[in-house]
Design a protein around this ligand. Structure first.
Ligand code: FAD
Length: 371
């Protein structure tokens, strides 16, 4: 009998902190190995919620991420729910559209439900981690203890805070001057307002907008722009003036009333790049996903790299017979250089695109399936 959970167990307790994309997939990997898995997620269970707060970013799922999903038998399930994107569609200021051939976008709300299909997995929603102790594995939600703590709690990880207090932990974070804002383009007569199998791009000097299709026939448009430009627009009329100048073809599709309203619904969001090393503390804790390596989204590889963390960790578990004291340092050794390379590539692409303005925004996610 395990004292901390009160459940009969042959295996150790693995606590996955953060039930986002990477945390939920990771829970499947650990459950498949027979560990007793507990997922702690600060937000409520969105499957039960009447109103879902926060954002739902559409994500491009590439080879890297698909391999990890395949390993736990989820690839086909997720991919079949996605909308394939065969090409980028470039929109000129005059409204002319030109395709440039390209992945597959996945609908990734799958994650918590899939983890729950394993009987040795328990999901705990509305459990926000406040603090934890590396020596004992004691976590303060309400004092829960685990053999291994897996920090999948995103770019502003509470698990990672504990690492910062330790000697020889390298850490850097960089905010880019651009922010992003999401706007919805509704269906027209029940159909997509634009061609659905494309990543639509409006490259415009120092900023750009992209639009990705959703299963409900809406498009999510994401406007990437320097914060100072976002802040210049303070009234509904200024929003329309701005769109008239740069994205005139989108006004009838998004709707001018919706534009006037939605632009001010939420402030533009910041984008941060986080690099750190090592990813582990002793045999007790390991970071994965954005908690280990938040990247700017200009390669579309953040989630995919997080999914790959899960499969790489699982392979090392196999290699070292699930001995955490060997697995964790090896994971750091193998994974840090690759994740840092992805963070660098994403930042490099951003800097390149920004420096060469119009010509290079076309490169947006050019290599999405190649890296
Ligand atoms: P998150 O998704 O941030 O999940 C972390 C979870 O932990 C959350 O559910 C949170 O509520 C929970 N949590 C936080 N703190 C605590 C706490 N103290 N206690 C308990 N729970 C906690 N990636 C791609 O691969 N392809 C793309 O096309 C792509 N496009 C993007 C576009 C934009 C605009 C942005 C911003 C990102 C994009 N990304 C893309 C990146 C991708 O969204 C992230 O890499 C991915 O969401 C990381 O998953 P995660 O599970 O590590 O972190």
């Amino acid at each position: 009998m395990d004292k901390s959970t009160g459940r009969p167990t042959k295996k150790k307790v693995v606590a996955v902190v953060g039930g986002g994309l990477v945390g939920a997939l990771n829970a499947c990997f650990f459950a498949k190995r027979g560990f007793n898995v507990e997922v702690f997620e600060s937000r409520e269970d969105i499957r039960q919620a009447k109103v879902v707060k926060g954002r739902s970013i559409n994500l491009a799922l590439s080879h890297r991420g698909r391999q990890a999903l395949k390993h736990v038998g989820l690839e086909e399930k997720i991919v079949s729910q996605g909308i394939p994107m065969h090409a980028r569609m470039i929109h000129s200021p005059s409204g002319k559209q030109s395709p440039i051939p390209y992945g597959k976008k996945g609908q990734v709300i799958f994650a918590p439900s899939e983890a729950e299909t394993y009987p040795n997995t328990k999901l705990n929603f509305e459990h926000k981690l406040h603090d934890w102790t590396a020596e004992t594995g004691l976590m303060t939600f309400e004092q829960i203890k685990a053999d291994l703590i897996v920090g999948c709690d995103g770019a502003f990880s509470a698990i990672r805070k504990q690492f910062l207090r330790r000697s020889r932990f390298n850490y850097s974070q960089t905010y880019i001057p651009h922010g992003y804002m999401e706007l919805t383009m509704p269906p027209i007569n029940g159909q997509f307002a634009m061609k659905p199998n494309y990543l639509h791009i409006w490259p415009r000097n120092t900023f750009m907008m992209i639009a990705l299709p959703n299963l409900d026939k809406t498009f999510t448009c994401t406007l990437f722009m320097p914060f100072e430009e976002f802040e210049k627009i303070t009234t509904g009329d200024e929003v329309i003036e701005f769109f008239q100048k740069y994205f005139p073809d989108t006004i009838p599709l998004i709707g001018s009333d919706a534009l006037r309203r939605d632009y001010f619904r939420l402030p533009a969001q910041a984008m941060v790049s986080v690099k750190c090393s090592p990813y582990h503390i002793n045999d007790k804790c390991v970071l994965m996903g954005d908690a280990a390596h938040a990247v700017v989204p200009f390669y579309g590889q953040g989630m995919n790299a997080g999914f790959e963390d899960c499969i790489v960790f699982d392979e090392i578990m196999e290699q070292f017979n699930e001995d955490f004291s060997s697995v964790l340092p090896e994971y750091t050794r193998v994974r840090v250089p690759d994740d840092h390379a992805i963070a660098d590539l994403a930042m490099y692409n951003y800097i390149e695109m920004r420096a060469h303005v119009n010509s290079k925004w076309f490169l947006f996610r050019k290599h999405v399936d190649n890296i």
